[in-house]
Ligand binder design. Structure first.
Ligand code: BGC
Length: 478
């Protein structure tokens, strides 16, 4: 299964307001069908004050007017399904927006301090204290992320009932599954004990005071299977559920029962080096339910993280792995980071206070400046065109990153069976899936191709038995 992640604000604008929307996505479905993906995941589309790019939901059953309407979701689901593409939505179960009516009307659904002030030393994921005083004088509430994102109390069974009903609502609108956000934050220590000082580096380490503590009480608590079972019940047995669990893979076990897959961030954050990549793959395989991903809306784009010269081989590696694989919009174009918020724009919604706008620039659809088919208005962030050109140009160029991605997705259908003979030798990462040998050269010099047989795909134009640095192959092994 290949899932294509769409960041709705930056995919395609149908209305000319400079913001991507659902009708824009529907109008561009042909690009996804051309690539051959099986599913499309939308980052949150619910009504939101956009303090966290929509991960601050003010109504789980609605659609933000900037994106369209619930009917637009139904239309998108229907048109995607017609092309053999499932629609997945992003559900944010850990917290709502401070503007969600529940926060005003049903405070018992949230986590409150038992004292008049922060009851412990917990820090928020984006830095700063995890407790904020309520502006209506009701005490101090917990927020694992921004203060505009109060945490729901998953020890209150009403929360599970409400969220399960939300999943079932969207299934009724043609949605096939969900990406579940920040699951490690669902449960906290009921005694609200202090987190001790940090002793080991974190997998998703940022640069805030969040890193100063070991989050043994503020996240990842026993009993998480119960809330996830409730979400599964709401979604239905046939829904696809992938969890974002911000923990190393060897701690995903308690979450996995009700899920189909969880993201393996070890591979995501691996250095572009064969040993490290092999370790990332092993970590994911060990869960038995890995979802593979190398980029998303939260982290610098692949081209900037591992070097543009390695992007094609990274796509080959990713698309050779068994199980669900996630591509972030623009990865197929080898799109790099953009400059982020325009000069002079305030650090206010929709711009991101955590500095992630450079990873969220709009899609360059055409060669036509100034906005390259993204909008007829003024885009919320500039449209950046990668060196290999816009989507339109790359689709016509058989040597482009987009054409490679498309070919790899097609070839992937012929890869069967588990990862075998995984090895990292002399800078070359290799493994076999059935009769297909996969190899990627991460070294700085050409290396011997480890597989003998006919080449099904190669990312460099070399025709001998050597692999160029930053290149990869699929070989039909004899
Ligand atoms: C999402 C982020 C978001 C955070 C809080 C995540 O992991 O991917 O974009 O800021 O959850 O909802």
């Amino acid at each position: 299964m290949v899932v294509y992640q769409v960041y709705p604000r930056s995919f395609a604008d149908s209305g000319g307001d400079g913001l991507g929307d659902l009708a824009g996505i529907t109008a561009r479905l042909d690009h996804l069908a051309w690539l051959g993906v099986d599913a499309l995941w939308l980052s949150p589309i619910n009504p939101s004050p956009m303090a966290d790019g929509g991960y601050d939901v003010a109504d789980y059953r609605g659609v933000d007017p900037s994106f369209g309407t619930v009917e637009d979701v139904e239309r998108l689901a229907c048109e995607a399904t017609d092309r053999g593409i499932d629609l997945l939505l992003d559900i944010v179960p850990c917290h709502t927006s401070i503007e969600h009516p529940w926060f005003r009307e049903r405070p018992e659904l949230y986590v409150w301090s038992p004292v008049d002030g922060p009851p412990n030393n917990w820090r928020a994921n984006f830095g700063g204290p995890a407790w904020t005083e309520d502006r209506h004088g009701r005490g101090w509430y917990l927020h694992s992320f921004y203060p505009e994102q109060p945490d729901l109390d998953w020890r209150n069974p009403e929360v599970a009932r409400e969220l399960a009903a939300v999943l079932s609502f969207w299934r009724g609108k043609g949605v096939a599954g969900f990406r579940l956000d920040a699951l490690q934050q669902l449960l906290k220590d009921p005694e609200l004990r202090d987190d001790p000082p940090a002793t080991r580096p974190r997998l998703l380490a940022g640069e805030t005071d969040y890193e100063t503590l070991e989050h043994v009480h503020s996240s990842d608590q026993p009993g998480v299977e119960e809330p996830l079972r409730a979400l599964r019940r709401g979604a239905g047995a046939d829904a696809f559920l992938v969890g974002e669990i911000g923990l190393p893979c060897d701690r995903h076990g308690p979450y996995l029962g009700p899920l189909d897959a969880s993201f393996c961030f070890e591979l995501f954050f691996s250095a572009w080096e064969a040993e490290a990549l092999a370790a990332g793959i092993r970590a994911g395989l060990a869960t038995g339910k890995p979802a593979w991903v190398l980029s998303n809306h939260d982290f610098p784009r692949l081209a900037d993280r591992i070097g543009r010269e390695n992007v094609a081989a990274a796509a080959l590696l990713l698309l050779a792995l068994p199980g669900p694989v996630f591509l972030f919009q623009g990865d197929e174009l080898a799109l790099g980071n953009g400059p982020g918020r325009p000069a002079g724009a305030a650090e206010a919604p929709p711009y991101d206070r955590a500095g992630r706008d450079p990873f969220r620039h709009p899609m360059p659809w055409t060669e036509k400046p100034p906005h390259h088919g993204f909008t007829t208005g003024a885009p919320w962030l500039d449209v950046v065109v990668p060196p290999s050109g816009s989507a339109e140009r790359q689709r016509e160029d058989p040597g482009s990153p987009a054409a490679h991605t498309r070919e790899l997705i097609a070839l992937r259908r012929g890869l069967v069976g588990p990862v075998e003979e995984l090895s990292a030798r002399d800078g070359v990462l290799s493994f076999r899936r059935g009769a297909v040998g996969v190899a990627v050269n991460t070294a700085e010099r050409p290396r011997e191709q480890p597989w003998t047989g006919s080449v099904l795909h190669r990312t460099s134009s070399r025709s001998d038995d050597l692999l160029n640095p930053g290149s990869g192959t699929f070989v039909q092994v004899v």
